[in-house]
Design a protein around this ligand. Structure first.
Ligand SMILES: Cc1cc2nc3c(=O)[nH]c(=O)nc-3n(C[C@H](O)[C@H](O)[C@H](O)COP(=O)(O)OP(=O)(O)OC[C@H]3O[C@@H](n4cnc5c(N)ncnc54)[C@H](O)[C@@H]3O)c2cc1C
Length: 286
C-alpha cells in the first residue's frame, strides 16, 4: 500500500480548537507525520480525521523556567538538538538527538510525536524516562500531568485519551546532575539495536539519584528500575557502574529479530549502560 485511505483533514488554529476536533471518534493528531503517515499508507492506522497541529506555535518552545526545563510537544528534534539551554541542563538530549534518524526526519519530526508514537525503539522515550520527566496533557476540562514513566501503556499505546493532546514535557533540573545517552545501530540514521541513557545526581562521590532508560530491549516503561535501586547511595565508580549495568542487562527483555539475537542485545545493554553511567558521572557538575 502506498496511498493512505480517504481521510478528512483539519488544521487546528488553537489548542482549544484542536481539543474540540479531537473529541470526535477515530481522530488522530498529525505533527511531523513521519510515523503516522507511513502507518496510514500501510493501513496500520486508519483515522477518519487528521488534526494538524503544525500551526500551534504556542506548543513549539524550549525554555528553562525556574527549576524545570520545559519542552513544547511541537518542538522539532532539530530544535532540541540546537537548544543550548537543553544541552547545558541535559546533555543526554543532545546525545540522543544526534542519533535519532537523519537530518530530514529531525527537521520535521517532533518531540511530542516521538513520545506519542510509543515505538519501543524511540530514543527520546528512554531519555525522558531516565530524566524523570513529566508529560503535560491538555484535556477538555483543563490539563493533567503524568510522569513519563507512566505515559506508555505498551507498544504504540499511551495514556492519551480521546479529546486529549500532549502539550509539553517538563524535566526537573537539579544541581549536581550529569547525563548521557549511548546507542548502537546497524548503520548511521537507523533505529537502535539497543541504547541506554543515564542521569546521575551526585553528592561528592556518592550517587544521590539515578535514572536509567533503555531503548528497544523490552524494558518496562523504558526503565531499568532494579539497576537504579542498586546505584542509590553507592560510590560513583567503575565497579558500581559495571554491576548496575549487569543488573540492567539481566532484567530487560530483548527480543531476537533482524537486528540481532537476545544475548547480543543483553551484552549491548551492559556495555552501553556502563558507558552512559561513566559519562553521566563525568558530566555531573557540583
Ligand atoms: C526514516 C526514519 C527513521 C527514524 N529513526 C528514528 C530513530 O533512530 N530514533 C527514533 O527515536 N525515532 C526515529 N524515527 C521516528 C521519528 O523520531 C518519529 O517518527 C517522529 O519524531 C514522530 O514524530 P512526528 O512529529 O513525525 O509524529 P507523527 O507521525 O505526526 O505522530 C506520531 C503519533 O503521535 C501522535 N501525536 C503526535 N503529536 C501528538 C500530540 N502533541 N499529542 C497527542 N498525540 C500526538 C499522532 O497522532 C501519531 O499517533 C524515525 C523515523 C523515520 C521516518
Amino acid at each position: 500500500m502506498q496511498v493512505p485511505a480517504h481521510v478528512e483533514y483539519e488544521r487546528a488554529t488553537s489548542v482549544e480548537h484542536a481539543l474540540s476536533l479531537l473529541s470526535r471518534p477515530e481522530t488522530r493528531v498529525v505533527a511531523g507525520g513521519h510515523s503516522l503517515i507511513p502507518m496510514m499508507k500501510l493501513r496500520l492506522a486508519q483515522p477518519e480525521l487528521l488534526v494538524d497541529i503544525n500551526g500551534l506555535a504556542e506548543l513549539a518552545f524550549i525554555a528553562k523556567d525556574g527549576d524545570q526545563l520545559r519542552i513544547g510537544a511541537l518542538a522539532r528534534h532539530a530544535d532540541l538538538l540546537d537548544s543550548a539551554v537543553a544541552g547545558k541542563c541535559f546533555p543526554i538530549f543532545h546525545d540522543a538527538e544526534r542519533v535519532v534518524a537523519d537530518p530530514i526526519v529531525r527537521l520535521w519530526g517532533t518531540v511530542g510525536g516521538s513520545l506519542c508514537q510509543a515505538d519501543p525503539s524511540e530514543d527520546l522515550s528512554a531519555a525522558f524516562a531516565a530524566a524523570r520527566a513529566t508529560a503535560v496533557i491538555k484535556t477538555p476540562g483543563g490539563e493533567r500531568t503524568v510522569p513519563v514513566r507512566e505515559f506508555h501503556l505498551g507498544p504504540y499505546e499511551t495514556v492519551i485519551g480521546r479529546g486529549e493532546l500532549l502539550a509539553e514535557i517538563r524535566v526537573p533540573v537539579k544541581p549536581g546532575t550529569g547525563s548521557a545517552y549511548e546507542k548502537v545501530s546497524r548503520r548511521v540514521g537507523d533505529w537502535s539495536i539497543a541504547a541506554a541513557g543515564a542521569v546521575l545526581r551526585l553528592n561528592g562521590e556518592k550517587i544521590e539519584e539515578a535514572g536509567i532508560g533503555l531503548t528497544a530491549v523490552g524494558a518496562e516503561h523504558f526503565v531499568a528500575a532494579e539497576a537504579e535501586d542498586y546505584l542509590r547511595g553507592r560510590p560513583a565508580d567503575q565497579d558500581t557502574f559495571t554491576q548496575a549495568a549487569k543488573i540492567a542487562a539481566e532484567h530487560c527483555h530483548p527480543a531476537a529479530d533482524q537486528r540481532g539475537p537476545e544475548d547480543f542485545k543483553r551484552h549491548l545493554v551492559a556495555e552501553l549502560t556502563t558507558r552512559a553511567l561513566r559519562r553521566a558521572a563525568g558530566r555531573a557538575a557540583p
